[in-house]
Design a protein around this ligand. Structure first.
Ligand code: HEC
Ligand code: HEC
Ligand code: HEC
Ligand code: HEC
Length: 452
């Protein structure tokens, strides 16, 4: 090849590369800094007169608090950002967290955005105009904010039929699909692990097959107006987005029934109690989403005729990784020491619940194989012992009745509890107590007669 040829082919390679770069520049991590703040309208404008009702619903949902919520602020500024500055493998999360949590700031290239108290546009969180400017996604699987977005005069939405003095409208099949939600509700860690997979769980489950979408449970239909001066419709999408932060949504998710192996028993005998846990409500697994933070556990107690209380641990089943699904007195989460600058950090209690209780969870492990709540530092996953949509799990509890057990009624009660964030982590990071509040998902009781 002569030198002219060489220069020519080099130029064409450069040209191809730069056009590829332009094509990709708008999606996922490549979209950083590509769209200035001014291109997006503020939620206050949408909510001022026209969409006041939807605006108030959105304000109440976590969607509007995805940047300002206390635990988000703590995890981003006190763990993720310092960790990203120390470890090149996870350096990308300094900007990347905001691709889902403060997308308008991510697009504007504002990294890290000012703290919430500074009242910057990051505080808009997942805003009206961000969602209503999304046109589709790139790739085969929606994840890591790989939506394509085109802010401007046209707002994409449900109908595209009404008239607005403010903007044009276009009906979007994409916004109406679960894939749209998946662009932010599936997340892959820098180690290539699915650390959030709500959309993938839904796609594998029974609801997707029956055409039930995310929207049908989180943006339900109700009659009314979608804009103050618009038409009345029988089916306006409510912007509820209620999930783990709504005790009412969580309550009743799992139905419990406990039954004994016998109606009567004598002191000293062995009685088995079986608990059936049926997932009646979620379209994905329970828990889903921020699985690394969540803990769902079953506590079983017996009360004898004299009021003495016995804590009954669950029977082991013997599957690999089961030790992570039974409450234990062990330490974990040592990798918080990296961001916190604590050498040889011993960790904090893994569970913070009674030893022996069954936990429905999937553990996340850091590159050293230790359990972590830092989903971005996750290199592998443990056993998935969550309760799938419409799945029933059976647990047994064997009670060796004490020889001095008083005669009369012995009551047994099973309670299923949910915590958004394991309590020892919440206490260590000084996350407000409400994030570790115990929500009772459900309970059920039975009794047997103690005879001689
Ligand atoms: C997380 C993304 C998201 C956010 C944030 C969001 N929306 Fe929506 N919006 C949707 C989706 C999805 C639909 C329904 C699409 C469908 O079912 O066809 C919708 C529907 C609508 C509709 C049409 C309702 C109807 O049934 O006629 C209006 C109006 C609307 N949104 C306004 C707003 C306003 C105003 C805000 C901010 C206060 C907002 N949206 C925030 C995703 C979002
Ligand atoms: C641009 C990204 C994005 C899109 C698109 C998106 N979400 Fe979200 N969503 C989030 C973030 C971020 C949060 C977490 C807020 C927090 O807790 O910090 C969230 C929170 C939620 C919650 C509340 C969970 C809880 O813990 O209480 C629900 C429910 C939810 N989203 C449903 C949906 C549905 C349904 C769709 C599709 C119609 C959707 N989301 C689309 C980013 C998104
Ligand atoms: C059949 C109804 C149903 C469908 C379909 C459904 N969800 Fe849920 N979802 C629920 C219920 C009930 C909860 C509350 C229990 C819980 O926290 O998991 C919930 C919780 C959530 C949470 C909080 C999870 C947690 O534990 O932190 C998110 C996020 C969420 N849903 C998003 C979605 C998305 C995205 C889709 C579609 C891919 C979807 N949901 C489909 C019923 C549903
Ligand atoms: C691909 C999108 C995406 C990315 C990237 C992402 N998140 Fe999230 N995050 C979500 C969604 C969606 C939820 C809500 C899930 C749920 O409610 O279970 C969430 C929830 C959270 C929560 C709230 C959990 C709770 O119980 O309230 C925190 C804190 C959080 N994320 C921090 C971060 C940090 C820090 C990063 C960067 C290391 C990050 N997120 C990256 C989508 C994302």
């Amino acid at each position: 090849m002569n030198s002219v040829h060489k220069i020519f082919s080099l130029l064409s390679i450069l040209l191809i590369m730069s056009s590829l770069a332009i094509a990709q520049s708008k999606v996922g991590e490549h979209a950083l800094g590509t769209i200035p703040y001014e291109k997006f309208q503020k939620p206050e404008l949408c909510g001022a007169a026209c969409h006041a009702d939807i605006y108030m619903q959105w304000r109440q949902a976590m969607m509007s608090q995805s940047y300002t919520h206390h635990w988000d602020e703590i995890e981003y500024f006190e763990l993720a950002v310092p960790h990203a500055e120390k470890d090149p493998v996870v350096a990308g999360v300094k900007a990347g967290c905001n691709g889902c949590h403060a997308p308008v700031s991510f697009l504007a290239g504002d990294v890290p955005p000012p703290r919430p108290e500074k009242m910057s546009r990051a505080n808009e969180g997942v805003s009206c105009d961000l969602c209503h400017s999304v046109t589709g996604f790139e790739g085969d699987v929606p994840y890591n904010f790989n939506w394509t977005v085109q802010p401007g005069e046209v707002k994409y939405g449900s109908r595209g039929t009404g008239k607005s003095p403010e903007h044009k409208m276009q009906k979007s099949e994409f916004l109406a699909s679960g894939d749209f939600c998946g662009t932010c509700h599936n997340e892959m860690s820098p180690y290539g692990i699915w650390v959030k997979s709500t959309h993938l769980e839904w796609k594998e489950g029974p609801y997707f097959k029956q055409g039930v979408k995310c929207h049908d449970c989180h943006m339900t239909y109700a009659p009314g107006y979608s804009a103050a001066m618009g038409t009345k419709y029988p089916d306006v999408r409510q912007h509820l987005f209620h999930g783990a932060h709504d005790p009412g949504k969580v309550r009743g998710t799992i139905e419990l029934r406990v039954h004994p192996s016998v109606k009567e028993a004598e002191p000293g005998e062995k009685v088995v109690f079986t608990v059936a846990l049926f997932n009646q409500k979620t379209g994905h697994k329970f828990p889903s989403g921020s699985v690394e933070d969540r803990i769902v556990w079953m506590h079983v107690e017996a009360t004898d005729a004299k009021g003495n209380v016995y804590h009954l641990p669950v029977d082991k089943k013997g599957f690999p990784g089961e030790e992570y699904t039974i409450g234990a007195d062990v330490l974990a989460y040592q990798d918080m020491g990296i961001a916190k600058g604590i050498d040889n950090f011993p960790g904090v209690q893994r569970d913070g619940i009674p030893v022996g209780d069954r936990i429905f969870r999937m553990p996340y492990f850091d590159p050293q194989g230790r359990m972590t709540i830092q989903q971005w530092n996750t290199k592998s996953l443990g056993v998935d012992y969550r309760i799938g949509p419409r799945e029933t799990k059976l647990e047994t509890i064997t009670f060796n009745l004490p020889s001095n057990l008083p005669l009369g009624e012995l009551k047994v009660r099973a309670v299923l509890n949910f915590q958004k964030l394991v309590k020892p982590v919440a206490e260590f990071l000084k996350v407000p107590a409400e994030e570790a509040e115990i929500i009772v998902v459900n309970d059920h009781s039975t009794s047997i007669n103690i005879v001689d």
